[in-house]
Design a protein around this ligand. Structure first.
Ligand SMILES: [Zn+2]
Length: 299
């Protein structure tokens, strides 16, 4: 017993011998990017970044989607722990279908607030993923969970490099680039697409990903919209219906961004796209850095 106790003390001393070495984490050097996207609910990242996630994952880059709430309020007849478990399983399947990692944090749906505790959860996620690029909603949105997810990620945007903040997880040595998902809200300012990416080659994969969220795509969202009767019962027919209702064509602003990045001819030929706006916090990327972060842009 004495011997064991002594060795335990040696281990404890060794762990504390270089506390500074544990305080920060160096950027990864294997040439692969670490991308992390935050959505309020399990299915939010999918709609805004599922195509880009699929394309980056196909090239071997590490992509993680994080739902900040567990989605336990998102249904007309189900709820609580059973719904959270169902939605967690749907999110895992959705991630599997496009090759991205999917994490669902256990915060209640419809009750998210920008508290210090949730900010720390976000900081840990960004640090543990050693993120180069962080994607999140803008903080103006009809849904409070979406709004506060935007605020929480903004609140983390500088703190991820501060070692004394959330010291249980080593701080990043380099601040990631932060970008916003596309949305249609006009106030206080409309979404400005700084980069737009063609997802034509993965649009079917993206719809497959959405199709995994059965409780949302075929039950809750149509129920809220009052269109539940128009959802086909047959799985193949409803998958086709999903494509028709969810494969959205680019807005004029996104089209302009596509032309900027792809040139006149190719940019106008793109059918489906995802676009992102640079957040003013975190590292501000120039054009060369944007090309590094999106190696799926044309050269
Ligand atoms: Zn949502």
């Amino acid at each position: 017993m004495k011997k064991l106790a002594a060795s335990a003390i040696v281990v404890a001393l060794a762990l504390h011998a270089h506390p500074a070495a544990q305080r920060t984490r160096e950027p990864s050097t294997d040439g692969k990017l670490n991308i992390i996207a935050f959505g309020a609910h399990p299915d939010d990242c999918d709609q805004r970044a599922g195509g880009v996630g699929a394309r980056l994952a196909a090239l071997g880059h590490r992509v993680r989607f994080v739902a900040v709430t567990n989605g336990d309020a998102g249904h007309q007849t189900e709820g609580g722990g059973a719904l959270a478990a169902r939605r967690r399983a749907e999110a895992q399947e959705a991630g599997r279908r496009i090759g991205v990692d999917y994490v669902v944090l256990d915060n209640h749906d419809g009750e998210l607030l920008p508290t210090l505790a949730v900010r720390e959860q976000i900081i840990r996620q960004i640090r543990l993923w050693n993120a180069d690029l962080v994607l999140a909603p803008r903080p103006n949105d009809y849904h409070p969970d979406h709004r506060y997810t935007g605020v929480l990620v903004q609140d983390a945007a500088y703190m991820v490099v501060v070692p004394n903040v959330t010291p249980d997880t080593p701080a990043l040595r380099k601040n990631p680039v932060f970008m916003y998902f596309e949305d249609g809200f006009q106030k206080p300012a409309p979404f400005r697409p700084d980069v737009a990416i063609s997802i034509d080659e993965v649009i079917e994969k993206k719809i497959d990903m959405l199709d995994a969220h059965v409780s949302q795509m075929y039950e809750w969202l149509p129920w809220v919209a009052g269109t539940l009767d128009s959802v086909p019962k047959d799985p193949a027919a409803r998958r086709k219906w999903l494509f028709e209702t969810r494969a959205i064509r680019p807005t004029p602003a996104v089209r302009s961004a596509l032309v900027k990045w792809y040139g006149e001819e190719k940019g106008n030929a793109v059918r489906y796209a995802e676009a992102f706006e640079i957040c003013e916090y975190g590292t501000r990327p120039d054009e060369a850095m944007i090309r590094k972060l999106f190696p799926i842009l044309p050269r």
